[in-house]
Design a protein around this ligand. Structure first.
Ligand SMILES: NC(=O)c1ccc[n+]([C@@H]2O[C@H](COP(=O)([O-])OP(=O)(O)OC[C@H]3O[C@@H](n4cnc5c(N)ncnc54)[C@H](OP(=O)(O)O)[C@@H]3O)[C@@H](O)[C@H]2O)c1
Length: 322
């Protein structure tokens, strides 16, 4: 028997090409990975109304995402075209993005994704196997060549759009100088304590949509911001609206015209996060939020070194935007 589909139709934002992106998505980066329970959580999320699933070859979650989509389609909860799937080219895949995407599609069990993005503008040797590369695993990056291959992925119908992640304003503008097909999305760290004002303005002026990752400050991570959801200003805005701190954090991102990918595999928090759409922040709330101290969490320090990386320090990696 067909399972009930969620009544909630999640809000979307039209991209410069290739359709529209749901404003709230589900992140799938976690460790250790338990594929079966992740798959069950993703199915729950789809039933609740999540329509954007964010994965990456790095995360090891593509198989669980693919199986969950397959089951949700078989149970008539959604059709393939209702779901927006993002996956990403890891740093050791720059030498052959086409093969990398084909491998991702195989793991996902899908014929196409909706967004294929460069995870970081860093090239590693193909055999670099750990997330944190060794000194001799860095390679020389040529963005024009990588992007040319990314564009071919669209031509071949393997992805609806191509995009970037962790790109500074400078990197984005450089790419736009030569791209035949522009990036539709720049997925970056963005939350109440890393507000990305300048990057948002640049992206908006170039019609590149911003998706916020770690929208709650990634409290589960050893390097995450534990104080974001605990902050007294966030708590006072939440209690004023009878909402939760997480709802304030997510609603702020949507109010800034960006979308968010938030990770939760807990049913009540999936519901809570989805309900952030109902919250309306007023001018006074936005002014209070602007007073919060800013602190970048995902510095990408593991991708810089003084000898073999093209970035000698994190200032170079972020082109000063840190
Ligand atoms: N492009 C990139 O380089 C990049 C980098 C990092 C992340 N990402 C993407 O962004 C996604 C989200 O980022 P993230 O996982 O770092 O951080 P996040 O979404 O800010 O935080 C996730 C953590 O918050 C908890 N949580 C979720 N909802 C909550 C709520 N309502 N109240 C309290 N705690 C809540 C989750 O626990 P429970 O599961 O127990 O609810 C989980 O531990 C990732 O999964 C990934 O898809 C992309």
């Amino acid at each position: 028997m067909a399972e009930e589909s969620s009544e909630r139709e999640i809000m979307r934002r039209k991209l410069s090409y290739g359709g529209s992106i749901p404003l709230l998505g589900l992140g799938t980066f976690t460790y250790p990975i338990d594929g079966d329970s992740m798959e069950a959580s993703i199915i729950k999320a789809i039933k609740i109304g999540y329509r954007h699933l964010d994965t990456a070859s790095l995360y090891g979650s593509e198989e669980a995402v693919g199986k969950a989509i397959k089951k949700a389609i078989a149970n008539k909860i959604v059709k393939r075209e209702d779901i927006f799937v993002t996956t990403k080219l890891w740093c050791n895949e720059h030498h052959d993005p086409l093969s990398a995407l084909n491998s991702s599609l195989k793991r996902l069990g899908l014929e196409y994704v909706d967004s294929y993005m460069i995870h970081w503008l860093v090239k590693l040797k193909p055999w670099a196997s750990d997330m944190v590369p060794k000194e001799d695993e860095f390679d020389e990056l040529d963005l024009e060549t990588t992007w040319n291959h990314m564009e071919k992925c669209v031509d071949l119908g393997l992805t609806k759009t191509i995009g970037v992640s962790n790109f500074s304003s400078k990197k984005l503008l450089h790419l736009l100088d030569f791209a035949s097909l522009p990036p539709a999305v720049n997925q970056v760290e963005m939350h109440l304590m890393w507000r990305q004002r300048k990057l948002r303005e640049v992206c908006s002026s170039k019609n590149v949509h911003v998706t916020a990752y770690s929208p709650l400050g990634s409290p589960w991570n050893p390097y995450g911001l534990k104080n974001l959801l605990q902050h007294p200003i966030v708590h006072s805005i939440a209690s004023k609206h009878e909402a939760t701190p997480a709802q304030v954090a997510l609603r702020w991102i949507l109010s800034m015209g960006a979308s968010a990918v938030v990770k939760s595999f807990n049913e009540s928090r999936l519901e809570e996060n989805m309900a952030s759409f109902a919250l309306k922040l007023d001018e006074q709330d936005l002014q209070e939020i602007d007073k919060l101290e800013e602190k970048k969490m995902a510095t990408g320090e593991f991708l810089v070194n003084a000898t073999t990386s093209q970035y000698k320090n994190i200032q170079e990696l972020w082109d000063g935007e840190i």
